[in-house]
Design a protein around this ligand. Structure first.
Ligand code: UDX
Length: 474
């Protein structure tokens, strides 16, 4: 009988790779489970350059990395506006190699016994069928966002999308369990399209069809946060593993108790650790952390509105300006008004990439101005940090609505980017309503941490996942 051997294949983006590596490490801790982790060459190279991932995984003899090309030219950017190309490249170039790998290894000692792949990878259904092994989809976005993706066919059928008229505040009632919550502007950004014949819409419709063919769905969330939506999913696919927040689950497993500073970074950019020294000098809960993640971009005009808003709020801030994330800035020789640079020296710190988990866990952090990527949202929740949400695209529009309206863990600033609003919202979260927001955030943080503790819902689901993988021998 073959040993349990899982092939893990993430979508080659920072957020998804980060999540799946954490799952891989959690499974590795159970030595009898073998893992083959498929990285694209681009991601693998960046992990080698900027992290200790390879050294970290060396201690697991049951783990190995395999790389495949992503089909894009080396100098092709891998920003948010390239997601379509990235997915296309994986489907056309990486997936046949993945199939070959699965089929080849089924004939020798390292037979895969289960595939865990990104929820967007439709091709995996046929590969798993051909290899006669179970498939688990790991959708690393929030279940509440994925649920809105799956509602797209119904929204089209009901005539809710494309939108009729320009009122983005109109309520949308076609998403089960979200009636009265979702406005048009809170649906995934691609729902704003006037033309349904676009790749992303086709992709999510396809996703809805194949996702139910998996033997199970893995989510990076916890029951106390998304219980009602998880119940909706169970009606579609009874076998749900809600094992998040994964980074907390991992820290709990590595140190048998949750320690905020256990390193778990899987960054594909070089982290600037000097910001921790700067944070050490700031008062408790006084600093707003500003970051728009690994893919989002902003125009130079938006960038200046942000900067004026931050400076005018008189709040201390730590701002990640990822290279390439401000469109047009480099063409303009990084030219910005001197008054902004001067004010920032007094109470700001700007870096190009942060050790984000460490930053959010730092006692001086009192708020997070975020693009509402799902990893960032969960990292903020775990550390009890209230959020100001400026969603950029896809799932982020849904996450920010839940943060503001359902979980009440911050404010949703979507579709607005003017200095006066930014200043007002920063003051609201960091000053006027600081205590209230911090209390709510602390409560959710306690629930998140409890979920991965012994007997917690995510702890139990991870146990069940491991047990199920062990039984998937052939
Ligand atoms: C992408 C999609 O944009 C997002 O909508 C989806 O939810 C996940 O994939 P991304 O921009 O990568 O999101 O954001 P997010 O999910 O928040 O992940 C970013 C990761 O990078 C986080 O784990 C964060 O800790 C890390 N990060 C970010 C850093 O380590 N340093 C930084 O300076 C910024």
């Amino acid at each position: 009988m073959a040993v349990p051997h899982v092939f893990i294949f993430p979508l080659p983006l920072q957020g998804t790779v980060n999540c799946m590596l954490k799952l891989a490490e959690l499974l590795c801790l159970h030595q009898e489970i073998h893992i083959t982790f498929i990285n694209t060459e681009y991601i693998h190279q960046r992990l080698m350059n900027y992290t200790d991932v390879l050294v970290r995984f060396e201690k697991y003899p049951n783990f190995k990395f395999v790389t495949v090309p992503d089909g894009l030219p080396e100098d092709n950017p891998r920003n948010g506006d390239q997601i379509g190309k990235i997915i296309e490249g994986v489907e056309k170039v990486s997936s046949p190699l993945f199939r070959e790998m699965v089929m080849m290894t089924t004939t020798n000692y390292c037979t895969p016994t289960c595939l865990i792949v990104d929820g967007i990878f439709s091709f995996a259904v046929d590969i798993a069928k051909e290899a006669k092994i179970p498939l688990l989809y790991f959708d690393t976005i929030s279940p509440c966002s994925l649920w809105t993706y799956l509602a797209v066919p119904k929204l089209i059928e009901d005539g809710e999308i494309p939108f009729k008229g320009n009122d983005l505040d109109a309520l949308v009632n076609g998403v089960a369990g979200m009636e009265g919550v979702m406005r048009r502007r809170d649906l995934p950004s691609f729902c704003r399209t006037p033309d349904l014949d676009i790749p992303i819409i086709k992709l999510v419709i396809k996703q809805g069809k194949h996702i139910v063919q998996a033997q199970g769905l893995i989510f990076n969330t916890f029951e106390d946060l998304e219980g009602p939506i998880l119940s909706q999913f169970r009606a579609l696919c009874p076998n749900i593993y809600a094992i998040g927040p994964l980074h907390t689950q991992m820290k709990a497993n590595l140190s048998s108790q949750y320690l905020p500073n256990t390193p778990t970074s899987n960054s594909i950019w070089k982290e600037d650790m000097s910001c921790i020294d700067w944070l050490n000098k700031q008062p408790n809960k006084s600093v707003l952390f500003v970051s728009i993640g690994s893919l989002a971009t902003m125009s130079k005009a938006q960038f200046l509105e942000f900067w004026y808003g931050l400076v005018n709020s008189k709040t201390r801030f730590l701002w990640v300006q990822r290279p390439g994330s401000i469109i047009g800035l480099e063409d303009d020789n990084n030219n910005v008004p001197m008054e902004l640079v001067k004010s920032t020296k007094e109470r700001g710190c700007i870096i190009s990439w942060a050790p984000q988990e460490k930053v959010l866990a730092h006692p001086s952090i009192g708020g997070f101005l975020t693009h509402s990527g799902w990893n960032s949202t969960l990292e903020s929740i775990v550390e009890g940090v209230p959020m100001i949400c400026w969603p950029y695209f896809v799932d982020q529009q849904v996450n920010s609505r839940y943060v503001g309206e359902v979980w009440k863990l911050g404010i949703d600033m979507k579709d607005v980017c003017d200095r006066a609003t930014i200043e007002r919202m920063v003051i609201q979260v960091m000053d006027v309503e600081k205590i209230e927001f911090l209390e709510k955030a602390k409560h959710m943080s306690d629930l998140a941490i409890a979920s991965v503790g012994e007997g917690g819902s995510s702890y139990q689901d991870l146990d069940r996942l491991i047990e199920d993988i062990r039984l998937m021998r052939i």
